[in-house]
Design a protein around this ligand. Sequence first.
Ligand SMILES: Nc1ncnc2c1ncn2[C@@H]1O[C@H](COP(=O)(O)OP(=O)(O)OP(=O)(O)O)[C@@H](O)[C@H]1O
Ligand SMILES: N[C@@H](CCO)C(=O)O
Length: 321
Amino acid sequence: MAVYTEVTDADLRAFLARYDLGDILSFKGIAEGVENSNYLLQTDRGQYILTLYEKRVERNELPFFVNLMEHLASRGIPCPTPVHSRDGETLQELNDRPAAIITFLDGLWPRRIHPFHCRELGHHLAHLHLAGSDFAGHRRNRLSIDGWRNLLDACRARADEVFSGLGAELEEELQELEARWPDDLPSGIVHADLFPDNVFFRDEKLSGLIDFYFACNDFYAYDVAICMNAWCFEPDGAFNATKARLLLGAYRKVRPFSQPELDALPLMARGSALRFLLTRLYDWLNHPPGAFVDPKDPLEYWRKLRFHRDIPGPGAYGLEP
Ligand SMILES: Nc1ncnc2c1ncn2[C@@H]1O[C@H](COP(=O)(O)OP(=O)(O)OP(=O)(O)O)[C@@H](O)[C@H]1O
Ligand SMILES: N[C@@H](CCO)C(=O)O
């Protein structure tokens, strides 16, 4: 369910009068997604997504996200482009919410991951990192290591409701990451949430990258590790080294890893697993009964974290050192 704010035909007509998008052919709410209200809009000029930004996206950060999409799209990244109103604006108000119209991207997100998806992803992720390198905006990653401490503090007292001892294990893991987390790896704009439901494919080719609302400045290798965790484990929890090799191999052909980045990959993967474990744990412990959206499984990420903690080094990802 992702239509929190209703938009009537009259609201829509008044809103679209600010744009040069032609005649409305159809307009309907999109069920997928949880953060914002999204509508699919078809006019005689094409298809668009109208997003009304709900409470979880901070208003003062919207220009960063919208300008970033525009910048990346202008560099050839297959991401949505914000549509300008007649007076040149990309952000507007609709029904007391900030709102934007972005271009529609063709394709479907993969329900089942095949090796070719990982190769395509690695290639496009590296291009995204390169394309973001001359973007003028900056956004600190609030869900990086200092943010994990706040999240763990908020969950610590009740973590053992998931399993006895989880709280202590998380504390130990975070302390080790705090002691070892680097501060000098190559960094820049990262997507930070490039899960399969944010990546579209057509005919085995990547056709779209969406949902830039966690994008921020952080280590490139951390973004790679987020993808490895989200794409290279099988539904039964087994790590698929072939998928990782394809993802990392395609990435490094476009943007080679430095030796410190390669060495840091297992640590980045642990950090990235802890980040999603903690946000899922927080949601799992705090979701209201009967909420529309079922919380995602925190333990999936606990198992991933343990995998990366137990490997001897980045060779386990199928790469030459
Ligand atoms: N530019 C686009 N082109 C085509 N479809 C899109 C586009 N943007 C969003 N969608 C569709 O809308 C759905 C929800 O979008 P999105 O994932 O950005 O929602 P959200 O509520 O902002 O985020 P989250 O997934 O974090 O809850 C997507 O699954 C996709 O079906
Ligand atoms: N991709 C996140 C949720 C949305 O950011 C997760 O799977 O926990």
